[in-house]
Design a binder for this molecule. Sequence first.
Ligand code: FES
Length: 113
Amino acid sequence: MAQMKNCDFIIRIHDSEKKFATRSGTSVLSALMPTHGDDITAGCYSGGCGVCKIQVLSGRYATGVMSKVHVTDAEKKDGYCLACKTMPESDLIIRPLRKVPPKIGHRFGYLAR
Ligand code: FES
C-alpha cells in the first residue's frame, strides 16, 4: 500500500533504494522520467521502439498494446513489459533492462553511428 503523500502507488527499483510515487492512470515511464530518468531509457512513448523494457518483479499492473518484437508472449508471463505501456494497479517493484537494440539506439540517438 502506498505511503507517500498525493500518490496512489509506490514504484521501487529492484536492487536499489530508489522509489517513486505515482498516480493511477500514469504509465511507469511517465512517472519515472521526471525524477529517475537515469534509471530507464525512453524513446517513442508509444510501445513501438522497445527501449523502455522493464521486468515487473511484484505487483499488479495492466498493459496496453506492445509489439511482440519487443515483448514476446513468453516474456509477458515472466513480467516483462514496456514501461510506457504499463499502468500500475498496486505498488510495484521493477527492474529496468536499459538494453537498446542498435537499430533503435541509432534512431533515437542513444548510440553513435
Ligand atoms: S518508449 Fe518506445 S516502447 Fe516505450
